[in-house]
Design a protein. Structure first.
Length: 488
């Protein structure tokens, strides 16, 4: 769906905070938010803080898919699987099982599944409680635009009309499915349906080797399932740092996962109590279950976008600028429905920026160069800033250094043998431009590099900051010291 004659809006200056609209417009402004995921509920909190009357329309449950079917449940499951991988190096650390057992750990999958769903539900309740405490009105229903200044919420009690001065669309996305691989919720599954399983799959075939596919493939292998990962590309995680992806693929294979590279799935069909995945070259892969991890589709149908003057892209995403404006005055959008970057943290920031901008507060446009991201494999892969190919292609005049974690003293103590810290800097100025961390808890270790980028620190400034000895973060400071010699 693409509207005609979109309104042009000037791109905001990214050099610093800007303020749009008089602050007096905040008090009593009517804000309606369609979607209660990270983009929606974070926007609601900001709007209430600025004095607006706020209503959130949510059909699934507060927190949206991020809390109920995506980030929270998947990372809870992965955290359980991660525990299984931590026992790999136990013998080398002097840890032996008692008695004559084989040292293996069993998984009570029904308990794991209950915990996953309970945590998701608890997080959703906590978000609802917080919004209600802040005075946000919550409508349980499905919202759609009725022109540029009104939302119609369809609820079980009928339609409710909500006039608005500002509207935020944060409707998220859903798993993409293949016409030749229709999910049945039992054997052929999307990632939102995995949590209905009552036992660990005997043999899980994962179609798609991007972030979602790699995370679930690694998790279920660690939980004890046989796993075949079908990748249409040369390697897993094709859009990530090449060294990190190569390391993870090696870990997958070492742990017994079958990785089929350059293998495109043409169809998936159910056969009895199992599935058959047909590859484009005629090969067939048999398994007990199949997970489809082939991307997402924005939830932008039936929103009334065209009649309100909201332009969408060819992929169906809502077109927004860096302060979350759509092409319709007073209508903003945030999160996966915009296609900007499918991260909960980005959705939340887009929502906050939208309210700051709409309600006249100081605001800095979204800067994707400061966004840190993490892939929850074991070990994790965390990234921020530019990529190494920006330097190797000479797009950026930069320097690169890579330090293996195996030489870090804290890593030796913990039995960590795989992983690295990679740091990028500008050759002339020494500014930190980006980094990659592959390690257990890389999601925590990336933060110092993110702070360095956000605050325009040089490698010398990072190197001269004290680190704890011994610590994994010491490798970040060491990498910065190496880059001191790469100036000029």
């Amino acid at each position: 769906m693409t509207t005609s004659a979109p309104q042009a809006h000037p791109e905001p200056d990214s050099s610093g905070p800007v303020s749009v609209g008089p602050s007096s417009t905040r008090e009593g402004s009517r804000v309606v938010i369609v979607g209660g995921g990270p983009g929606g509920y974070e926007a609601a909190l900001v709007a209430r803080q600025l004095g607006a009357d706020v209503t959130v329309v949510e059909r699934q449950g507060l927190g949206g898919s991020a809390v109920l079917t995506d980030v929270v449940p998947s990372k809870t499951l992965i955290a359980t699987a991660e525990f299984m991988t931590t026992t790999e190096n136990a013998p080398s650390l002097g840890i032996r099982p008692r008695g004559d057992g084989d040292g293996q750990v069993d998984v009570d999958f029904q308990m794991v599944d209950r915990r996953v769903l309970d945590l998701a539900a608890a997080q959703s309740r906590d978000i609802r409680t917080r919004l209600e405490r802040e005075g946000v009105a919550i409508v349980d229903g499905t919202g759609r635009l009725d022109g540029p200044s009104q939302v119609v919420a369809s609820t079980r009690h009928g339609d409710q009309r909500l006039p608005a001065d500002v509207i935020l669309l944060a409707t998220g996305a859903r798993p993409r499915v293949l016409p030749t691989a229709e999910p049945d919720g039992e054997r052929i599954l999307t990632w939102t349906q995995l949590y209905d399983l009552v036992e660990i799959p005997e043999h899980l075939v994962v179609v798609g080797s991007g972030v979602t596919g790699a995370e679930f493939a690694g998790a279920y292998r660690s939980l004890g399932a046989a796993v075949t990962l079908v990748s249409s590309r040369d390697r897993v995680l094709p859009n990530e740092d090449a060294d990190a992806a190569e390391l993870i693929e090696g870990v997958f294979r070492r742990r017994g996962m079958e990785v089929l590279s350059r293998s495109r799935a043409a169809a998936v069909r159910r056969v009895g109590d199992g599935v058959v995945v047909e590859l484009a070259d005629g090969r067939q892969v048999e398994g007990s279950h199949c997970l489809l991890a082939v991307g997402g589709v924005p939830n932008t149908e039936d929103l009334g976008l065209e009649s309100a003057g909201v332009r969408t892209t060819s992929s169906g995403h809502i077109d927004v600028d860096r302060v979350s404006r759509t092409t319709a005055r007073g209508i903003y959008a945030a999160g996966d429905c915009t296609g900007v970057l499918a991260l909960a943290s980005v959705a939340a920031m887009q929502g906050r920026i939208a309210m700051w901008h709409a309600l006249g507060d100081a605001v800095s446009p979204l800067d994707l160069g400061q966004v840190s991201a993490n892939i929850f494999t074991a070990p994790e892969i965390a990234t921020v800033g530019i990529a190494e190919n920006d330097i190797t292609s000479q797009k950026v005049r930069g320097a690169v250094t890579t330090l293996p974690l195996a030489r870090n003293p804290r890593a030796k103590m913990l039995g960590i043998t795989e992983g690295f810290v990679k740091l990028f800097s500008h050759r002339a100025s020494g500014l930190v431009l980006g980094g990659v961390v592959v390690a257990p808890r890389a999601s925590e270790l990336i933060h110092p590099i993110t702070l360095a980028i956000a605050n325009r620190l040089t490698v010398d400034q990072v190197a001269n900051a004290f680190t704890v000895y011994p610590s994994l973060s010491g490798s970040i400071a060491e990498a910065a010291r190496v880059l001191h010699d790469k100036r000029g």
